[in-house]
Design a protein around this ligand. Structure first.
Ligand SMILES: Nc1ncnc2c1ncn2[C@@H]1O[C@H](COP(=O)(O)OP(=O)(O)OP(=O)(O)O)[C@@H](O)[C@H]1O
Length: 680
């Protein structure tokens, strides 16, 4: 007997109370142990071919589908609702793609089916007061190619624009995504589903695997049922699954708009690599908080495989590097930014540095001299100054270098090293043969790797084909100026994949945020990441953008907006107020205070990886974003464009933390980026 469970089952389970969930799990375990047990009280459902019910308690029923040796946990609900669900369904492979699907049975109104049950509305029913049906001109073949079931062809063609959302909830996910993209200007051709090979198992098709999963042992069933909310732990999108499972034969990078599940892919990939008993996997990202989030998810994913969990370490990359350094060379004595600034001030006091401002010298040190590990002025002249178009003249360079040389001596005299030095020494040691305790590195938020980190990873991966796997989004680079990975030995060309389905953010919020960025962004080595064809799996209200005459008016309006969300039932912890810098926190606090003191206040730089039902991104003023201090610091010597982009990315990151509701506000005339957000 093969036992499978469907995403419809875990969705339905997640809607039940904790007590009910416990009872359902016990019944499911009983089923797995002995499907023939009389105690299950299994009954065939007359009106639904292949469907059976089993009894959980007086009221609750699990719906199964049985065919030959295969039993599928399909649904669970209170008695009548469970039967109604089954009576509307057929389990059949799609005639064109071969992927197994649940298909709603078309029922005509004459059969007296209540209007609220899920079924294709009668063709033409949508005409009253409806807009132009966007799919009317699509042929049967076009619709079948993207996985629309035959029974739905007419209904799809007659669906009006404002009914698309409801339609898509009833269609298989692959068909819904294709139609959503088409309705918002995309191309159906981008979503044609690869047909299964003749004679192959319809449950093995990549699109079937996003809704059905074979249970491999009681531990796995337990893990799935213990966390029914965590759909990502089981039901991956075919593109996600392909990214996780493929033998990439070299460093690979998976990208995608915010919320397309890049972190989820990184997690699954790390777990997959750890299946090999000889593997020691480091799953890493740039901050401790994000690493902790990933570690919690890794626990969930490996709940059924504790041995595998032991082969997987989750750490912030700096922490991992620190530990490796300490093990090899002893505790590093790291210079703090304040110490570096003090050293620059000391150099200037001695008359070094010419006309350069302290801020410029600090940025130049961080992003160029220290980042690239430059030890000599000659090397400084030849450094690839990507993102910095204006080259320094020889005199300016010489005066700046005098400060950097001073800085190096200053650090050496105090036996201090920088973070880049730490990575540099590790890189040299690895190249000289130091064996690391990791065989594989899976790196999330890779767009924010520093030069020194990228160089270290290139060395650490060595020539092992699957050693390096990156996930990230160039549009979310917020910490460093761009640089060429290729020049550092990380060649991902031809091994890049873009995810296209956004699970976090409503269509309305995601498409507004995506307007902040170019539809395609190329990295320094020519690898292009495209946002075209991205779809969100649900819809919501349009984001609101409001400018006020003064900060007080804004505070009052944001407070009112937060109160409105509370009134809708959004808990304080499910919303956030996000601002650019600490200087705007008092404004955020004043606004939040009007609704609840428990609403988190977050800086844009710290917003990465977080998600909330409702976000107010406030104080998006002209003199706040882009940050004028940062722009001034780089003066006319740096490429303002690259820095401007970094600031733009911050707004993108902030906006894409919102799931259902987004408010963006500021004081007139507002940040220059807001124009793009509004453009249609
Ligand atoms: N296959 C899936 N099924 C259901 N939910 C998913 C799936 N993949 C991802 N998610 C959910 O989508 C949300 C976003 O996922 P994730 O954080 O991995 O996206 P991301 O691309 O890393 O986002 P960002 O770029 O903002 O960091 C999470 O809530 C995650 O659980």
């Amino acid at each position: 007997m093969t036992l499978l469970y469907a995403s419809t089952f875990t969705d339905a389970l997640a809607r039940l109370s904790n007590q009910e969930q416990k009872q359902v799990k016990l019944t499911a375990f009983d089923l797995q142990l002995d499907p023939t047990s009389k105690g299950l009280q299994m009954h065939r459902i007359d009106k639904a071919e292949g469907f059976w019910s089993i009894r959980v308690n007086l009221d609750l029923r699990i719906i199964l589908h049985k065919a030959g040796e295969r039993i599928l946990l399909a649904y669970v609900d209170h008695h009548d609702a469970a039967y109604r669900w089954a009576e509307r369904k057929r389990l059949i492979p799609h005639e064109r793609t071969g992927a197994m699907q649940f298909v709603e049975v078309p029922v005509t109104p004459a059969e007296g089916v209540p209007a609220e049950t899920a079924q294709p509305p009668a063709p033409g029913a949508s005409e009253a007061g409806a807009g132009h049906p966007p799919f009317r001109a699509l042929s049967d073949d076009q619709l079948l190619d993207v996985g629309v079931p035959r029974a739905w062809l007419e209904t799809v063609r007659e669906t009006a624009e404002q009914e698309i959302d409801a339609l898509c909830e009833d269609l298989p996910a692959e068909a819904a995504e294709a139609l959503l993209d088409f309705a918002t200007g995309g191309r159906l051709e981008d979503h044609i589903v690869e047909p299964a090979a003749p004679g192959s198992d319809p449950f093995a098709h990549p699109d079937a695997q996003r809704r059905f999963r074979v249970v491999e042992g009681v531990e796995e069933l337990k893990a799935a049922l213990d966390a029914p909310f965590e759909k990502w732990a089981v039901f991956l999108h075919p593109l996600q699954r392909a990214s996780v499972e493929r033998a990439w034969r070299g460093p690979a990078r998976i990208s995608g708009s915010a919320g397309t599940g890049k972190t989820i892919v990184a997690l699954h990939r790390a777990v997959r690599l750890a299946e090999d008993e000889a593997a020691r996997v480091l799953l890493t990202t740039f901050s401790k908080r994000l690493a902790e989030n990933m570690a919690a998810k890794a626990e969930l994913l490996t709940a059924a495989h504790p041995d595998l969990r032991a082969r997987l370490q989750v750490r912030a990359i700096d922490q991992a590097a620190y530990e490796l350094f300490a093990a090899q060379f002893g505790q590093p004595n790291l210079a703090k930014p304040a110490q570096l600034r003090a050293a620059i001030a000391a150099a200037q006091k001695e008359g070094l540095g010419g006309e350069h401002s302290a801020e410029f010298l600090f940025e130049e040190w961080e992003e160029v001299v220290d980042a690239w590990g430059l030890q000599e002025e000659k090397a400084y002249a030849g450094v690839p100054r990507i993102g910095r178009k204006l080259r320094l003249g020889p005199k300016q360079r010489a005066s700046a270098w005098a400060v950097f040389a001073f800085l190096r001596d200053w650090l050496a005299a105090r036996k201090l090293i920088t973070r880049a030095d730490l990575y540099g020494r590790l890189t040299t040691a690895v190249k000289a043969g130091l064996a690391l305790p990791y065989t594989h590195f899976v790196v999330d938020e890779a767009q924010d790797l520093s030069v020194a980190q990228a160089r270290f990873l290139a060395a650490a991966g060595g020539k092992r084909e699957e050693a390096l796997f990156f996930t990230g989004d160039l549009g979310q680079r917020i910490f460093h100026l761009p640089f060429s990975w290729l020049k550092l030995g990380l060649d991902i060309r031809g091994r890049a994949q873009v995810l296209k389905v956004c699970y976090r953010t409503s269509h309305q919020i995601r498409s507004a945020a995506d307007r902040l960025l170019a539809p395609e962004i190329a990295d320094q080595d020519g690898t292009v990441e495209s946002r075209r064809g991205t779809v969100s799996v649900f819809e919501g209200p349009e984001p609101e953008l409001v400018l006020h005459n003064d900060p007080e008016a804004e505070t009052a309006a944001v407070g009112a907006w937060l109160n409105a969300r509370l009134a809708e039932g959004v808990a304080p912890a499910e919303m956030a107020v996000i601002v650019r810098a600490p200087g705007q926190i008092p404004r955020a606090r004043a606004a939040a205070k009007q609704a609840s003191r428990d609403i988190p206040l977050i800086l844009m730089h710290d917003a990465k990886g977080l998600e909330y039902r409702a976000c107010a991104v406030m104080a998006v003023d002209e003199d706040v974003l882009p940050d004028p201090d940062r722009l001034e610091a780089v003066g006319d010597l740096a490429d303002l464009e690259a820095l401007q982009e970094t600031e733009r990315h911050l707004l993108y990151v902030a906006c894409t933390r919102a799931r259902d509701r987004l408010l963006i506000s500021g004081v007139e005339p507002g940040s220059e980026f807001l124009d793009d957000l509004q453009a249609r």
